[in-house]
Design a protein around this ligand. Structure first.
Ligand code: IYR
Length: 220
């Protein structure tokens, strides 16, 4: 095997693993999607660390088929809000089915997206379908899976930094490619406002599935 180097394992004994896994579960259980943001600033350095954590995700053939656009420009946030609200207005007025609208009632969402201007940062995740190298197109592999995993890493890094986020998917999202002037090989995947929650933020009173609902063991 070419170019291999020793893997330096993080060496916990089974008791440490148990404690670590419990603690991490408890910590991650506290993450919630937030729709009301404060305008309190977050430093560029924190955003860089969060994004580089996301970019440490595994990807098909290690192509890292993603670009993270980090927007704090008020003018660009305003353009994104305007375009997102135009699409969302259509979604809430005919494009989403009655069942879908009913399923969203508990979240209290509508076409207004003020958080797109209030949150100090918008991270727009783009997937890269292919790379163009010296005029030749090279397709990336497992692009959705890779960018989905990187987006998961992004959300955990945001939570770890004591910040909050929302996984927002204004649909269709092609306006983001235009507003951010992205190249032809990039497609918007996810829009993630990042920052602090507004004072007195509330979240829907919903429960997560229990282990008996999400895990199936096949033991000896
Ligand atoms: N994109 C819309 C609608 C929406 C859809 C789902 I599925 C959600 O979980 C939440 C919202 C919006 O952002 O309002």
């Amino acid at each position: 095997m070419n170019n291999h180097i020793p893997y330096i394992q993080i060496d916990f004994d089974s008791e440490e693993s148990k404690i670590k896994s419990q603690d991490y579960y408890t910590f991650m259980e506290r993450r919630r999607s937030i729709r009301t943001f404060s305008d309190k600033p977050v430093s560029k350095e924190v955003i860089e660390n969060i994004i580089m954590t996301a970019s440490s995700a595994p990807s098909g053939a290690h192509k890292q088929p993603w670009t993270f656009c980090a927007v704090s420009s008020q003018e660009i946030k305003q353009q994104i809000r305007k375009a997102a609200e135009e699409e969302e207005y259509e979604n809430y007025h005919g494009r989403m089915s009655d069942t879908w609208l009913k399923d969203l009632e508990i979240f209290g969402t509508d076409w207004h997206k003020p958080f797109l201007e209030i949150a100090p940062w918008l991270i727009v995740v783009f997937k890269r379908a292919y790379e163009e190298i010296e005029g030749t197109r090279h397709k990336n592999y497992y692009v959705n899976e890779s960018v989905g995993i990187a987006s998961g890493f992004l959300l955990t890094a945001i939570h770890q930094a004591g910040l909050v986020s929302l996984t927002h998917t204004p649909s269709p999202m092609n306006f983001l490619q235009k507003v951010l002037n992205r190249p032809e090989n990039e497609r918007a995947f996810l829009l993630v406002p990042v920052g602090y929650p507004a004072e007195n933020t509330v979240v829907p009173d919903i429960q997560r599935k229990g282990k008996e609902e999400v895990i199936v063991f096949y033991n000896d």
